[in-house]
Ligand binder design. Structure first.
Ligand code: ATP
Length: 214
């Protein structure tokens, strides 16, 4: 299960990278590209790129000429769901939750962060970056009415599991979990863990190894 997941994640990462590079080429006025030309721009093999393009392509390229960049971009955006907007909310508007509400970059990925929820009366009723902060008491009411399917969890450790269970009951499909605990919840809900401290410690370990070997 884990292996399949890694495989799928790597594929999505590749597709996102192709899209980023193709946007850049589009901006430079380029019209056509072949797998071998794209392979020169990135660290993936021509075979890998061709395989990925076959998976997502709705139009065939011409041998020797390549494909129209506009067509590949449209296919990638469709495959990655960028054109289908997912509504998300932030639960716990502390330093991290607030920063996420202020961040403008999610729209590029088809994500619309609509609002925040908190338990703290001094935050409820305020607005961050045009996004209202609601009382956590209204969670069950707003999740269905705002058509929200993703929650970004940035509450403290103590309350994370209880909130996650409430989110699942309210109909959330996916949780981006920034709280460093294992969330024991319904299998049908997708949890993506973002353990910043663990990632930083892995990075520090790698940097230390690199410095020792230099
Ligand atoms: P951060 O870690 O993001 O800097 P913090 O240190 O101020 O935040 P935390 O205890 O980590 O505080 O909580 C993050 C936010 O989650 C706070 O704004 C807090 O009010 C909110 N919060 C805590 N418990 C709940 C809860 N049960 N429901 C909703 N929000 C909560």
């Amino acid at each position: 299960m884990k292996k399949q997941n890694d495989h799928a994640t790597r594929k999505l990462e590749r597709l996102q990278l192709y899209l980023k590079i193709l946007y850049k080429l589009q901006n430079q006025g380029r019209v056509l590209i072949s797998s071998s030309q794209l392979a020169k721009e990135i660290d993936y093999s021509e075979e890998q790129i061709r395989k990925d393009f076959q998976l997502i392509a709705t139009k065939q390229g011409k041998p020797g000429v390549g494909r129209r960049i506009d067509d590949i971009v449209a296919d990638l955006e469709e495959y990655l769901g960028y054109k289908k907007v997912s509504n998300a909310v932030v639960i716990g508007v502390g330093n991290l939750g607030g920063a996420i509400l202020r961040y403008e970059g999610f729209a590029n990925y088809g994500l619309n962060v609509l609002a925040g929820f908190d338990i703290d009366n001094s935050k409820i009723g305020t607005v961050i970056n045009d996004k209202p902060i609601f009382s956590i008491d209204n969670l069950e009411k707003y999740i269905p009415t705002l058509d929200v399917n993703i929650a970004i969890l940035t509450v403290g450790k103590e309350n994370a599991l209880e909130i996650a269970q409430r989110l699942v009951k309210a109909g959330i499909q996916g949780i981006l979990n920034f709280v460093p605990i294992h969330l024991e919840i319904d299998e049908g809900v997708i949890v993506q863990n973002m353990d910043l401290a663990a990632s930083l410690s892995i990075l520090a370990h790698k940097v230390k190894n690199k410095l020792n070997n230099d």
